[in-house]
Design a protein around this ligand. Sequence first.
Ligand code: PMP
Length: 447
Amino acid sequence: MSAHDLLYVVPKSTPPKVVRGEGVYLYTDDNKKILDGTGGAAVSSLGYGNHEVIDSMKTQAEKLCYVHNMSFTNEPAEELAHMLVSKNPDVFARAYFANSGSEAVESALKFVLQYWQLRGQPERCHFVSRKQSYHGNTLFALGIGKMVPRRTPYINVYPKVTSYVDPCYTYRYQKEGETDEQYVYRLEKQLEDEFLVVGPNRIAAFIAETVPGTCLGCTTAVDGYFKAVRRVCDKYDIILILDEVMCGLGRTGTYHAWEQEGIAPDIQTNAKTLAAGYQPISSVLIGHRIFKAFEESNVQMANFHTYQAHPLACSAAVQVQKIVRRDKLVERAAETGKYLGEKLHQTFDSHPHVGDVRGKGLFWGLEFVNDKKTKQWFDPQLKVAALVSKLGIKNGLFLNPGSGTYDGVHGDHIMVAPPYVITKEEVNSLISILSKSIDEAIASLPN
Ligand code: PMP
């Protein structure tokens, strides 16, 4: 038995073993160089092997790797909280640090439930979420989301406190001839109707990814959608949770993706690029409204993880966020993202099997279709996106695939979300390997 077998319960295949990373490239044990076009899972913003981050982690490791956060605080955690909260002091009052995106979402859901308890409305425990959403892998987060393949095995144990409305997914759901205003109005009405069916006094929060990644491959909302969401939430006094685990902290070309929507959330989650993969860490940014209830009641948040506010993880995040700000990497993500978007449109808009090219900043998705005119998807068994990804790796490019069937509609996409430090030459190389890999994948399909 090989060491590889010990890692996977039922190995589907043997993935390449990566031994080193440098800049936007990964290197395997057989010396293959792979451009990481999705920065892992939209994690790597600085690329691999950043010595400033590594050195700051070494310094912190010498000083203090771990301290129990119930009884003590620590320097990097305080600095990170200050950096994040002080960026939007009108919106956020506190920061909480966990270890993964799932834990951040799980914590946000619990903070909201506790908030309503403190406000004397414990019956507000129903969440409204969106179809085709992904909010993480722990049971509560998985239950709130709608990633069918991952959640199905546990279907019998989810709390029956979630209902789902449509996401803003123009390619599939905006009707022919429907204007953006009409589409927004339809979605707004659907959300309001759902609130009224459940009973607004029973609803704790509405949760959405500002730009969904995992299930929907970077579908950007049409103008006015999030303003409408905010309006309906406010009308019924419902908390708005924005999950920016994947799309936040610069990925879409602004520090928070919601800044482009002209609204702000009541509570928000972040993870992936927070420490850019140098350490596992996530955050929940808690808005004033929620914090006030805890402050007024003088009650602690009833949520605790042994490794929360981990000093080494926080020090990596502090250094990553310092570099992002010093080197204006959000602006660079916006600028390179514009170039990447133009190139993707130029290359794939007329491709017979790329139905949709969408995204913003350095967060783009390509949706594959069998028939471009009718938008008919490929047979899900063919796993076209996974095939493109596999051939990409063979050709020296990694792109994260995603697919899923929801309400009888099958989506098949790959995600392009490279590190913020990618150069335009590297973007050109990404596009040409992607093009080659798509064509090879299509050519290999049965007739
Ligand atoms: N929320 C969103 C929006 C995500 O994209 C993800 C991960 N893809 C998660 C939550 C869960 O994060 P993690 O895998 O770090 O637990």
